[in-house]
Design a protein around this ligand. Structure first.
Ligand code: DOR
Ligand code: ZN
Length: 348
């Protein structure tokens, strides 16, 4: 039996597109299925000013000739960020949000924030001007176990920031724990969360049992199964505070498969089929459209997309390319480790 599912064209509220040859190679993988994406600013050097965001947006558009894709740009928050520049860029429609990386938390986060006191005035100005803050929610204290870093961040950093700046709209990015799900559920206003495709599929056993799997290594690192189930519950619940942000983060195979492999799962190529499979297993296909196309747009105050995406269920498992060849080197596509029956049949 063939089944089709037509959804409002989805958006990805957390995406790494990189630059140069990597950008050229991987941008079409997202633009094929998604109308818009929030573009992470952790380039080397980072995207800090409105002018840099404008130039990066041009490079992204140039990599996608003839596509209707809209990159929603972000600025990388540093302790030296210029609040006036941030607000002007937001007013001009150049940026959609600002990204907070605790210094040292992840890839190219060296210019991030060490002392949250030093960004307090900027966050207040953003709250006043209605500029949302996307947060990488992990502490970097070496004394805190890597599996606890998200939960500790909520208590030590995120909750104090939200109490000190109550008008600030915050998106807790790529939540990985039941603690984060509960924290977002406890907030009445101004707090949303993105959930990645891969954190709905893997737990830490996938990463470590039977050998280290570098293509399952990302940050925040996948947690135990009970946490994955909490994420899955939030994603299929219909709760409008939770929406898709893939955190699709390409690194070349050479950079992943080595003694100190980079963090990041590359899911841009097969995210929509994987999510259809996951939601179907939960008997929640009717909730998929909200998660991928409505909740995030509504949270950010963006118009919902007018186009559609149609997925078709095949009787036999479908296959995806194992890797994408880019001018920077091959990038392995995320393998869910189970059979997938859905494929995108039409984008309109
Ligand atoms: O796994 C990750 N990869 N997590 C991040 O926060 C950054 C990203 C990247 O840029 O590679
Ligand atoms: Zn990311």
């Amino acid at each position: 039996m063939t089944r089709t599912l037509t959804l409002t064209r989805p958006d990805d509220f957390h995406l790494h597109l990189r630059d140069g040859a990597m950008l050229q190679g991987i941008a079409p993988e997202t633009a094929r299925d998604f109308a818009r994406a929030i573009i992470m600013p952790n380039l080397v050097p980072p995207v800090v000013t409105g002018a840099q965001a404008g130039a990066y947006r041009e490079r992204i558009m140039a990599a996608l000739p003839g596509s209707g894709f809209t990159p929603l740009m972000t600025l990388y928050l540093t302790e030296a960020s210029d609040a006036a520049d941030i607000i002007a860029a937001h007013r001009a429609g150049l940026i959609t949000a600002v990204k907070l990386y605790p210094a040292g938390a992840t890839t190219n986060s060296g210019s991030g924030v060490s002392s949250f006191e030093n960004v307090r005035a900027t966050l207040e100005a953003m709250a006043e001007a209605g500029v949302p803050l996307c947060v990488h929610g992990e502490v970097t204290d070496p004394a805190v176990d890597i599996f606890d870093r998200e939960a500790v961040f909520i208590d030590r950093v995120l909750d104090p920031i939200r109490r000190a700046t109550p008008g600030l709209t915050v998106i807790m990015e790529h939540v990985t724990t039941a603690d984060a799900v509960a924290y977002v559920q406890s907030a009445t206003t101004g707090l949303g969360a993105t959930i990645t495709t891969h954190h709905l599929i893997i737990n830490r056993n996938h990463l470590l049992v039977g050998g280290i799997r570098p293509h399952y290594y990302c940050l925040p690192v996948a947690k135990r199964e009970s946490h994955r189930l909490a994420l899955l519950g939030a994603a299929v619940s219909g709760d409008r505070r939770f929406f898709l942000g893939t955190d699709s983060a390409p690194h070349t195979d050479e950079a992943k498969e080595c003694a100190c492999g980079c963090a990041g799962c590359f899911t841009a190529t097969n995210t929509m089929p994987l999510l259809a499979e996951v939601f179907e297993r939960e008997n929640a296909l009717d909730r998929l459209e909200g998660f991928v196309a409505h909740h995030g747009a509504d949270f950010y105050g963006l118009k919902r997309n007018t186009g559609t995406l149609t997925l078709t269920r095949q009787d036999q498992p479908v296959t995806f390319p194992a890797r994408i060849e880019t001018g920077a080197g091959p990038v392995t596509v995320f393998d869910p480790g189970f059979a997938v029956h859905w494929q995108v049949s039409r984008a309109g």
